[in-house]
Structure formats: structure tokens, C-alpha cells
Design a binder for this molecule. Sequence first.
Ligand SMILES: [Zn+2]
Length: 312
Amino acid sequence: MKLCALSVDLDEIPCYHAIHGLPMPTDGSAHAVYARAVPRYLDVLRELGVPCTFFVIGRDMAHGVARDGARALFEAGHELANHTQNHRYEFSRLDRDAIRAEVQGGIEAVTAVQGFAPTGFRAPGYTVNDRVFDALSELGVFYDSSVFPCPLYWSAKATKIGLISLAGRRSHSIVDAPTVLAAPADPYIAGRPYWREAAHDGGMIELPIGVTRIARLPYIGTTVMAAGPSRVGLLTAQIAGRPLVNLELHGIDLLDADDGLDALRPHQLDVRVPVAQKLDTLRAVVGDLKARGYEFVTMHEAAQAFARERRG
Ligand SMILES: [Zn+2]
């Protein structure tokens, strides 16, 4: 298996205001991800000739601009998947019924757009546990892609939440037990606990978020975009060799301060990088991985390929 799956979490701008403990945006920037980033993704993915999986937050589908954007992605041949109904940062700490309702709401919202249920799921903030995995199984989810076995990410996230509270604001983001760091970094069948590979073939397929082979550095939109088009190859060389390169981006990765994100500018370094440069970074990544013999597939196709290989 030598596959690359690009995915984009369509977290709308109010999600970032929540992370940083800022007041909610009242202007047009509240829908900048669907209004501005989605058309850019459509264009660049068409240019590159690669498919992508978009994780949709159910509640956003109540807005016309978001619903139209999701439908355009589906009609262009991309995969729509489930990023919960409300993107609650405390999702994994909810009780069983509330977790089920968040997953089910996301399934219904995507079903209303494309006419059939999504097969994939990603939790807000990468936080999952066995209660979440039970709910996913019960609701017929085929694959999950929430496990992020990256030590650097977990320590940085804990530090950031601490800094935000020192500044007198309250982040809505949470950090879970670092046991997830023991999870496999390549696709696996989730056992119990979910971060252990199952001894049998019956569990949920997990497609972990990308980390480099050595030191497990994060290979995600934030680090890729920070590296930029001229240096990203160094990072890509460190993940190449994995059977699946699972590159998780966000809608905001194709936005910049000119998209009305001034309120985020002091808190998110990435909004200071111009969109044109971010597009060049994405082109460089795709070109590099293609040159290394990687085939680009949706997350669903990656999960199917893994299941075939594993289950025969
Ligand atoms: Zn998210």
C-alpha cells in the first residue's frame, strides 16, 4: 500500500474564536471557510487532479453558503465525511447518549447534502476514547481518522491552553490522556483500548493523522504550511515510506488575513501567510508525493484498501 489521502476539516471561523477564547465574529468572516476557502480547494484540487475528503460540521449545513459549498465539493467527486453536529471541544467527555447524538447529527447533515450516509468520522480536536469508538460502531461508521499519535502536538496543545488561561481567557479546547501517544502511526484495526491494535479483525478501521517516521513530528496543514513551498520537501521526506500518508488540512489553511480574519491575526501565525504561498506549498506536497509513487485516494478508498489487505 502506497497511498496518500488529503483531508480538510471544514471548521468555520467561530471554531477558532472558541479555541482562543475570543468573542464570536459578527461580520462576514463567520462563513469565510465555505465562502472563500472551499472555492480555492475546488480549483487547486481540479488543477492537481487529486481527490480529497472534507469533514463537515453538521450545524453548518443550516446555512446556504455552507450547504452550497458542501454540495459543490460532492459534485466535483470529493468525499464528504462527518466532523460531528456541533464540533464540541468537550465531545469525548460527553455521556454516551450525547456522543451518539453528535455523531448521528453529523451523519444526517451530510446525508441531506449528498443523498447517502458518510462512511468516515473525525472527532473535534483529535480527542477520542472507547465510548466514542463504541458510538461509531453502533452507528455503522466504516472508518475513523482522529488518532494523532504525536508527542509534540500534545505538549504544544497543553502549553497553549495554559497560556490562554494565563492571559485571562478561557479556551474551549481540551487535552486528553496522553495514552494516545502509544497508538500505531499507520492504519490499524482499533482494539480496546482504542489506541491498541485489535488482535481480531472486527473493530473500527483507524487511519491515524500523519506523523513523520522518526520522532513522530506532525505532518499536518499547520506544519506543512509553516515550512512553505521551498522547505516542505524536507518534511515530506520524513513521512514518505509510510503505507498511508494521511495529510490533514483545515479550511483555514487556504485563508489569510485579507479574508477578514484580523481578529485571529495575533493568535494564529498561519493567517499571516499569504494564500498564494499556501497554494504553492500544497502543489509542492502533491508533486513530491506523486514523484515518490504515491497514489492519491479519498479516505474512504484508503480505508477500503487497508481492509482488503488486512482482511483478505
Ligand atoms: Zn475540527
